[in-house]
Ligand binder design. Structure first.
Ligand code: ADE
Length: 242
């Protein structure tokens, strides 16, 4: 996969692209990341990329010409372009999977008070990473890159993504490691039992309970599998769930 980031601040990405799982994926060549400095496409003497908003108001707005010239310089038939924007569709794991199948992602990052609205129609999609406002799209683009790159084949151990939160519509069960007793706070006995069938069932129960408690919105819209329905029935019988 290739990812091209259009930004005024490419230096923000250095540590992110050289650390941990993402650093390894880049090193192994699973993804190549390149940057386009939007300012390189500004042609006036002061290399202005922004100007005051028509109609008044605070801040500066990024201009059409440098941004669209930057975008055109990297777009090909295989590109899929995303603008980071608080106006976008809220990002989720399903979208991460969808994007991980693309050949070439272009991530356009605005800064200051945002981008001229006429730019919107030149990208495939507007994406928001949540209901809050950032100073620019750079952090949002890193969130998207992180969640997409870790899904690329060879990035993390095969199968280890499947049991995670959001992958099956439920939150992940609680995980524990050594010591089994931390200052009197003990790991649930079942995890030390070696009974893998019971452990699997316990984990499913915990996923269901955690999701219901922490994210009732996800719980309400979840399509329970046959295995989950069986566990639900048992939990209700045992009074773990009403
Ligand atoms: N730019 C500013 N806020 C943003 C958000 N929440 N998501 C994506 N891009 C943004």
């Amino acid at each position: 996969m290739r990812i091209t980031v259009l930004t005024l601040f490419p230096e923000m990405y250095h540590d992110f692209l050289h650390t941990s799982i993402i650093g390894r994926a880049v090193e192994r060549g699973l993804v190549t990341v390149d940057f386009v400095q939007i300012r390189d496409f500004a042609h006036d003497n002061y290399r202005h990329v922004d100007d005051r908003p028509f109609g008044g108001g605070r801040g500066q707005v990024m201009k059409c010409q440098p941004v669209l010239d930057a975008l055109n310089s990297v777009e090909t038939e295989n590109s899929y372009s995303l603008m980071m924007s608080p106006l976008g569709t809220v990002y989720n794991q399903a979208k991460a999977h969808e994007l991980s199948e693309k050949d070439h992602l272009i991530l356009l990052c605005g800064h200051y008070e945002g981008l001229d609205a006429r730019i919107n129609k030149h990208v495939d999609e507007l994406v928001s990473i949540g209901d809050y406002v950032l100073t620019g799209g750079e952090m949002a683009s890193m969130v998207i890159m992180d969640s997409v790159i870790r899904l690329l084949k060879g990035s993390i151990t095969e199968g280890s993504a499947e049991e995670e939160s959001y992958e099956n519509g439920l939150l992940e069960y609680p995980q524990y490691t050594q010591p089994a007793d931390y200052e009197g706070d003990k790991v649930p006995d079942i995890l030390l039992s070696g009974n893998h069938a019971r452990i699997r069932e316990w984990r499913l129960e915990q996923s269901i309970l955690t999701t219901k408690e922490r994210r009732p919105d996800l719980y309400e819209k979840h399509n329970f599998t046959e295995e989950e329905k069986k566990v639900l029935k048992k939990m209700k019988k045992e009074g773990l769930l009403d």
